[in-house]
Write a protein that binds this ligand. Structure first.
Ligand SMILES: [Zn+2]
Length: 344
């Protein structure tokens, strides 16, 4: 996100209050290193936004991750660097003069564009490609993953990509993440206050499967690609994270019942998450009452499925679920199976 310390329109403590209201565990304010909205009013200290946010989050259960945004308008375009140790050390020599207007030098060099990335590497920052798109860039360059990106990847600098930015799902970025094995990130990139835009939903966010709630724990999880994106009612993740997330969210219990002589298996699916999961269930027996086996597992509720008729109960039987709002690639939804053990 941004604040008045680059081209945002709120103070850093405002971002902290929004995050506390939304119950988040961690945020990062990633000011542009090469653009300032209010240079006459705000002194150039790129660490200030982190310092003010950290002070506002003191004694609160919210981690502030120091970050910046490197934002040239030629390849490699915008990238965030997280876990920076000194935001003032990031060069932006590709800019013409001053940073009030975004004008780059006509004779800028590759070395000038590479310089902030080398600084990120030196500071062991986690770098990811922001909102990859070609529609609002130079129309001459329609390659989204350019030679420059290959170099950043080969040098171990760039490790992730924003598949969701300001509420918009980017299928090109999703395919890029799968192809180059990049960490999935979903961010608001908010410049104003978040509330009006997400009044009826929640801000897009990255779910990070960290071993502990520390900045280092988050960093290690990002490096290991243990993330999922939560946008509207969708989860976007790799198969492993998607499946474990779903199975941690939905508990299954079953019971044999003799219903007036008809042997059935009653299955209860309890969704302990806040996400309504749209599923299609398939079993080796008929599923009662849900056309096509389709239903929605409502948040914090239990859905009952009946399998029938089971004249001879097996020791176990599979229940396969396709979860339409969990994507495991740009073209596939999560498929998972519960092996239901049946008491004999
Ligand atoms: Zn950007």
């Amino acid at each position: 996100m941004h604040t008045v310390f680059s081209d945002g329109h709120v103070w850093p403590s405002f971002r902290v209050n929004e995050a506390l209201r939304d119950g988040l565990d961690a945020i990062s304010i990633t000011e542009h290193i090469d653009y300032e909205g209010f240079p006459d009013e705000i002194k150039k200290d790129y660490n200030k936004t982190y310092e003010l946010a950290t002070a506002a989050a003191k004694n609160k259960n919210l981690l502030i991750i120091p970050g910046i945004e490197i934002s040239p308008r030629v390849p490699p375009y915008h990238h965030n660097a997280l876990f920076v140790t000194d935001a003032n050390k990031y060069p932006s020599e590709y800019m013409k003069d001053g940073k009030k207007k975004f004008i780059m030098k006509p004779d800028l060099t590759k070395a000038q564009l590479m310089a902030p990335f080398l600084e990120a590497k030196k500071q062991q920052a986690f770098v990811f490609y922001n909102h990859p798109s070609y529609s609002w860039w130079d129309k001459k360059d329609t390659t989204v993953f350019t030679q420059f990106h290959h170099e950043l990847l080969d040098q171990g600098i760039m490790a992730g990509v924003e598949v969701v930015n300001s509420g918009n799902y980017n299928i090109l970025a999703h395919r890029m993440a799968m192809k180059y094995n990049l960490t999935f990130l979903g961010n608001s990139d908010e410049h104003y206050d978040l509330y009006p835009r997400y009044a009826d939903t929640h801000r897009p966010m990255t779910l990070v499967f960290a071993k502990d709630k520390t900045a280092e724990g988050i960093k290690q999880a990002l490096i290991a690609r243990r993330t999922a994106i939560y946008v509207d009612d969708f989860i976007i993740a790799r198969q492993n994270e998607a499946e474990q997330f779903f199975k941690a969210a939905v508990q299954l219990t079953s019971k044999k019942i003799d219903r007036k002589g008809e042997p059935i298996l009653e299955i209860k699916l309890s969704n302990n998450s806040d996400i309504p999961f749209k599923v299609k269930a398939t079993a080796q027996y008929d599923i009662e009452a849900f056309p096509g086996g389709q239903t929605t597992l409502l948040p914090q509720q239990t859905t009952t499925l009946i399998l029938k008729a089971i004249w001879k109960y097996p020791a176990k039987t599979p229940l396969k679920l396709e979860v339409y709002n969990i994507l495991v690639s740009a073209d596939e939804v999560l498929e998972t199976t519960f092996d239901i053990a049946i008491d004999q």
